[in-house]
Design a protein around this ligand. Structure first.
Ligand SMILES: [Zn+2]
Length: 179
């Protein structure tokens, strides 16, 4: 079976627009530093790269689904040989009661079913507690990756990651050395 890295988008792939804010068009999208290099390194170690992102800006009526697709197609074009192997998103409003919005593990489980991925050999990397909760529920290892890390003890049990790092580069370093 394939092993994968599941990555959150805002705050991991591109600069987070701020809490409760959304990247509403391609002009606002800024890649995080050293992103391509990090994705290249993961792929070189045999990982399938799968994006899993909540984009409720669509469900909230702040942007259209077409705009979200346009952002992702531009992102993929810019990433070139480092483009994601698969992209999963939840575009629903938080109150819509859908089954795909994180912390639901559905986007990861769907990706595993679609691409023959073993969640136990895979890692979820995200900057929010719900990313960790999602990854844990799917049976993956989890890495919380953000500039301002919380203390482990302040997190709810289901939101405690296997590792915490300030940058994606450090997370990638740990993954490739831990094999
Ligand atoms: Zn959804």
């Amino acid at each position: 079976m394939t092993k994968a890295i599941f990555l959150d988008r805002d705050g991991i792939i591109n600069v987070c627009p701020g809490q409760d804010k959304f990247v509403l068009n391609w002009a606002e999208f800024r890649f995080m530093p050293r992103l391509r290099e990090n994705l290249k390194r993961l792929r070189a170690h045999g990982y399938f790269l799968s994006l899993a992102t909540n984009q409720s800006g669509v469900g909230r009526g702040l942007m259209t689904l077409d705009t979200l697709h346009e952002i992702h197609s531009n992102m993929q074009r810019e990433l070139g040989t480092e483009a994601f192997d698969a992209i999963y998103f939840c575009a629903h409003h938080p109150d819509a009661g859908c089954s795909c919005r994180k912390p639901s593990p559905q986007m990861i489980l769907q990706s595993c079913a679609d691409h023959g991925i073993d969640p136990k050999q895979s890692v979820m990397i995200g900057d929010s507690n719900r990313d960790i909760e999602m990854g844990t529920a799917a049976g993956c290892r989890t890495i919380l990756c953000k500039e301002k890390l919380p203390t482990f003890e302040s997190l709810k049990p289901q939101q405690r990651p296997d590792r915490m790092f300030k940058t994606l580069s450090e997370a990638v370093e740990w993954i490739v050395n831990d094999e």
